[in-house]
Write a protein that binds this ligand. Sequence first.
Ligand SMILES: Nc1ncnc2c1ncn2[C@@H]1O[C@H](COP(=O)(O)OP(=O)(O)OP(=O)(O)O)[C@@H](O)[C@H]1O
Length: 229
Amino acid sequence: MLNVSNLKVCYGQSEVIHGLDFTVPKNETLAIMGRNGMGKTTLFKSLIGILPTSEGSISIDGVDVTQKESFQRVESGIAYVPQGRMIFPSLTVQENIETGMEVSKLKKIPDDIYALFPVLAEMRKRKGGNLSGGQQQQLAIARALVTNPKVLLLDEPTEGIQPSIIKDIANVLNEIKKLRDITIIVSEQVLSFTMTVADRIIVIDKGNFIHENLREEVDTDKIKAYLSV
Ligand SMILES: Nc1ncnc2c1ncn2[C@@H]1O[C@H](COP(=O)(O)OP(=O)(O)OP(=O)(O)O)[C@@H](O)[C@H]1O
């Protein structure tokens, strides 16, 4: 589980995340939704330790990671699928996945990874750069999963992906949740997607949380209004 308390993040003198508090328990999928520029990527980068926090704390399963480097946070159980996927284009699919395995000390890519992503098994010898956007997204998720995360962060996983494949990504996230004891946090702008994966939806606006609801209680018109203003 992830616990974030009074998190503030700045670029120079400019504060972009203004003291966020939230807890995401095990076996919950949380969607953080907001328009472009509202702070989703900044929040995720600070959770994984790419950006420093200027105030507040982040803990994973009760372990405070606020002062830790990114690689130490990964060891503590947080994994990150960045916006734009950022797979290694000149490495093969298999090599891309193996880059995630140093942390978990796995010797071989576990069968359950290829069971989740059969297309990656078929393409294991292909270069990452030759995959479609949806396949690269699956590869980025596979690479994150082999670190055996307790908390999986995905920054706008549907961006630039065609609708039929968006459904596949949703199915995969739901399957991961079923198979593992995991906390999933996804940042998104696509409400139809979050309504199929999230247990809870929070809306972020200019670095503040302005709305929160359980999926079954969500007023979709209200969220759409927040996303389109
Ligand atoms: N490197 C940077 N230096 C200064 N300001 C930045 C930097 N990166 C982002 N910002 C600002 O921080 C705010 C939040 O941006 P952020 O990228 O986190 O938003 P986002 O919700 O992830 O949007 P998007 O969907 O476009 O990625 C914006 O006002 C943006 O201009």
